[in-house]
Design a protein around this ligand. Sequence first.
Ligand SMILES: [Zn+2]
Ligand SMILES: [Zn+2]
Length: 328
Amino acid sequence: MRDSQSNTQAHSLALSVYTFYKFIKLSDDQVEILLPQIQSLGEEKNLEGLVIFGREGINATISGQGSALEAFMVELQKKLGTESLDIKISPTDFAPFKKFRVKIRDEIVSLGKPDIYPTSHNNHLSPEEWHRVMQEEDVILLDTRNWYETKIGKFSGAIDPKLSEFNKFPDYLKNSELPKDKKILIYCTGGIRCEKAIYEMQSQGFEKVFQLEGGILKYIEKFPNKKFDGECFVFDHRVAVDQELKPTQNYKMCPHCGQPSGEKLSCLKCDQDAWVCEECVKETHRQTCSKNCAYHYQREPLAKGRKQFQGHRFEVLKKRSQSKTQID
Ligand SMILES: [Zn+2]
Ligand SMILES: [Zn+2]
């Protein structure tokens, strides 16, 4: 285990982030055998990240040195007995996770429907096809992500269902007035949510649904600054990536709720920079740089406090990932 000092030094070099998923049917025995193997493989290669793993397959966002990631992928594909893992790659100058963790889940993306198992290609559009269809055909664009993701960027003209979580998507559809016979294009960050969403839509009678292969990340790679407006939220310490797939310069993670914040203010307690989201800023005690400053502000609003350790954003992320554990 490296200490945080050497960690920082190692990461002053350019790192890569690999995002990938694969639906593969695995038995409980296979999951049990592979889990510790994947965990040690990631640690061996000095990677960080989160791997969601289970009977449905694998869904991961991991980072490290390029050569280490490549070596990891070769080994992983051998273990999983698959050759075709589609990887979305983005650059970063810091590690977006602190550790390498493999977690077992019933679903590798949580729609609340483990019975939906995307087996084969189901109306995927490549970024090129998507780009063309979007401009040439009369279609409805539907974002399948959560409200705090869509608020910092989405495809122009897309409908935002304002989901709080992905598992609210089936109910949203039932109550929506989307026409069932019209061509609907759906998209998410890296494609995995749409793999399940499309089955749900088809089972609810939507006849012409198409999904963006590789999600926003693949689209931006091929078509930066075109039809996707803004930045793409990611479920890790980068908060979002810009049109060059680099970590955002415009948002930081709100220390109180973990959502992206684009506004900087001065902490009421310790005067340090505080990036607080537009919801939290409505509460005075949350006009603070950390949960700790918020707590002490509530107890003694008039007394100034000590400056907070800036690692608080990671702590927020950690707590949040423990409760939700979502990646895309
Ligand atoms: Zn907030
Ligand atoms: Zn503070």
